[in-house]
Design a protein around this ligand. Structure first.
Ligand code: G3P
Ligand code: MG
Length: 252
């Protein structure tokens, strides 16, 4: 069973705001969303920050890598200007601060563990500890529907996350393309409760098989309402979207 919201704003606010920022969170909320997906990576000093790419080029020009800087430096960097001048000065969020802001706003989280190259286990450990820390009361009370769902393409990250905070649930992400034949074995090996696929990787039979095996089923990134409807018909539990203007949080 899937105790979480069905539709999530991808990277906070989809394509309507600079990705993975407080402005994106506000944008998602302005569109009625109370559930988001975002990406977390470790800075040079091992502190989690909210960002998608290890290379800062796409958002900041040629200034190097996330892992070239401590978190205190990264949170001063403007990742809003590339998007639109009105977002100038929008910083890279500190991971813990961002998770606390979501929690305070009543926004449920799918936190994607996005390790910089060579940091799979450390990132899984840090993100899982962060979530376990901030949601310690909910975990103790068994209020698991409020606890974030961690996910990652990197099995080592999920394995480390499980070791660090076994009570924080995990989803195994699969790259776009056909799912590997051993998807179930891999998911069980990291103690995943959910399978996260690109929506084009699925058909009705595979969706049925994943559900029959007892996993939650989540798809990224679904931007066409017709596709969204088909996926839900196939039994997909939830999906994230970039088009929060086309697909509302109560889409059914
Ligand atoms: O977690 C779903 C989706 O965000 C995975 O792809 O590259 O957008 O992080 P990406
Ligand atoms: Mg992501």
């Amino acid at each position: 069973m899937w105790p979480y919201p069905r539709v999530l704003a991808h990277r906070g606010g989809g394509t309507l705001a600079p990705e993975n920022t407080f402005a994106a969170l506000r944008c998602g909320m302005d569109h009625g969303y109370r559930a988001i997906e975002f990406d977390v990576m470790l800075a040079r000093d091992g502190v989690p920050v909210v960002i998608h790419d290890q290379n800062l080029k796409r958002r900041l020009g040629g200034v190097g890598l996330v892992t070239d800087y401590d978190a205190a430096e990264l949170v001063q960097m403007d990742v809003g200007s590339w998007f639109k001048p009105q977002f100038a000065g929008e910083p890279i969020p500190d991971g813990a601060e961002f998770v606390r802001a979501c929690k305070a706003a009543g926004v449920w989280m799918n936190i994607e563990i996005k390790p910089a190259r060579g940091h799979d286990r450390a990132t899984g450990t840090a993100v899982a500890r962060l979530a376990a820390d901030i949601f310690a009361d909910e975990i103790a009370a068994g209020e698991m529907a409020r606890v974030p769902l961690l996910s990652s393409f990197r099995e080592d990250s999920l394995d480390a996350a499980r070791a660090a905070a076994p009570d924080v649930p995990r989803g195994l992400l699969f790259e776009r393309g056909a799912l590997p034949a051993d998807w179930e074995k891999r998911a069980r090996a990291v103690g995943a409760s959910a399978i996260h696929t690109h929506y084009e990787s699925l058909d009705a039979a595979l969706a049925r098989a994943i559900k029959a095996a007892g996993f939650g089923l989540f798809c990224y990134t679904v931007n066409d309402p017709n596709d969204a409807r088909t996926l839900l018909d196939w039994g997909v539990d939830a999906f994230c979207t970039d088009r929060i203007d086309l697909i509302g949080p109560s889409f059914a």
